[in-house]
Design a protein around this ligand. Structure first.
Ligand SMILES: [Fe+2]
Ligand SMILES: [Zn+2]
Length: 412
């Protein structure tokens, strides 16, 4: 099994770390070579509190600590919202008067008399430094190509099992690990497709393709190649939305013909391959924003973003955004960078199109396929005959939220 580790170069973060300890010269220019003066060290000690945790020492800025006080005056644990306007409290005069660290808690008395108490575990789980230390202990995604995905041999999940929490957790676990999950023994009709989506995610998105549910056949209901019987190249959906759709739910409710197999490719595996084989292309496509659009009567969606987006702490790729057909006129790049763009795009596309990366399966009535549109690319072969696919869109926000209620952190 392959595990995921993509760490793009992030020199700005290195600078942030260093800049905490190096005082700028009066001219405003920071010299990283200057020795740290005693007064700077003193200033640092006043601003940062070292906290001895069970296995590590973490340092917290006192502004951060004051902002994260969870006492009833500062934080409403019923609404889970802050109670105070922190801008009224934070100032250069605010200092720590007293501190005490017990086995599992940090207690602080502030210069204005306020008292705060923190669980050490909470501090670790909710700070940049704590998360950074834990990133290697996190549950890892399984990146796959054709060989790996065909060896997974996952036991089926049937719709009637969704009533129990253990199964629901497994649904989210599979979505996180592999980027897809299949639900079987679903009646092959529109209503049942919607029921499964609502059972798992609680709600679906209204889009131009349908209020909650859409249906694709060879009918050209919308001005989109999806609504024909032609083959569809691998892509992610809704690159033209300001936030692409999080998950797609597909259910083929009627099939009588030839062809029409669905094709999926793991975009995070592709990212890993590209980073290894052509790091320059990977870097370029991670920082270059390209616009996409979708036009039909009364609608003109348009949005821009890079092909790869990354998590700010772990550096892991969090989203692949790829749809050659939905690209808007290329106006976010000067002509001098255009050649580079097409060159790097070809490098990425050649990996996406490798047959050994494809998971090919025929959607069949009774099986609902749910997959992560931030990770998997999808396409299909051309078909003849009848092929009716119903489905819906799930927002990324709903997906992240629901997964978290089952203990699965998608974005940490
Ligand atoms: Fe699509
Ligand atoms: Zn407080």
């Amino acid at each position: 099994m392959l595990v995921f580790s993509l760490l793009p170069k992030r020199p700005h973060l290195l600078f942030l770390h260093l800049s905490k300890y190096v005082k700028p010269h009066s001219c405003g220019i920071t010299s990283l070579n200057s020795p740290i003066s005693t007064s700077a060290m003193k200033e640092k000690n006043l601003k940062y509190l070292k906290v001895q945790m069970p296995n590590t020492i973490l340092e917290f800025h006192h502004f951060w600590l004051r902002d994260h006080c969870r006492c009833p005056a500062c934080y409403n644990s019923v609404t889970c919202q802050r109670n105070i306007d922190i801008m009224d409290i934070i100032s250069d005069d605010l200092t720590i008067k007293n501190k005490k660290i017990t086995e599992d808690r940090l207690q602080i008395t502030w210069s204005d008399g306020h008292e705060s108490s923190y669980s050490l575990n909470w501090l670790k789980n909710n700070s940049y430094e704590g998360k950074n230390q834990q990133k290697n202990e996190k549950r890892r995604r399984v990146l796959w190509n054709k060989t790996i995905v065909n060896q997974l041999n996952l036991p089926p999940i049937v719709q009637s099992q969704l009533k129990n929490d253990e199964t629901m957790r497994e649904v989210y676990d599979r979505l996180f690990r592999y980027g897809f999950v299949k639900i079987e023994q679903v009646p092959p009709d529109r209503e049942s497709t919607l029921n499964v989506a609502n059972q798992i995610f609680l709600r679906t998105c209204n889009t131009v393709f349908g209020n909650g549910l859409w249906e694709i056949g060879n009918n050209f209901d919308h001005k989109d190649t999806g609504y024909t019987s032609a083959s569809l190249d691998l892509h992610t959906d809704t690159t033209y939305f300001t936030e692409a759709i999080g998950n797609l739910v597909f259910h083929c409710i009627d099939y009588n013909g030839t062809g029409g197999e669905s094709i999926y490719v793991d975009g995070f595996f592709v990212a890993q391959e590209l980073k290894m084989k052509d790091p320059e292309a990977y870097d370029f496509l991670s920082r270059t924003e390209i616009e996409s659009e979708y036009i039909e009567p009364n609608h003109h969606f348009v949005s821009k973003g890079p092909c790869f987006r990354h998590h700010p702490i772990s550096g892991e790729v969090e989203q692949i955004r790829f749809n050659l057909l939905d690209r808007a006129p290329l106006a976010t790049l000067p002509q001098t960078e255009v050649e580079q763009y097409y060159h790097h795009l070809r490098s990425l596309t050649s990996i996406i199109k490798q047959k050994e990366n494809e998971f090919v399966c025929r959607l069949s009535p009774g099986t609902v396929m749910i997959f992560d549109n931030f990770r998997l690319l999808h396409g299909r072969n051309a078909y003849q005959g009848t092929r009716i696919v119903t489905g819906c869109y799930i927002s990324r926000s709903d997906y992240v939220s629901r997964a978290k209620t089952f203990g699965i952190e998608l974005s940490a």
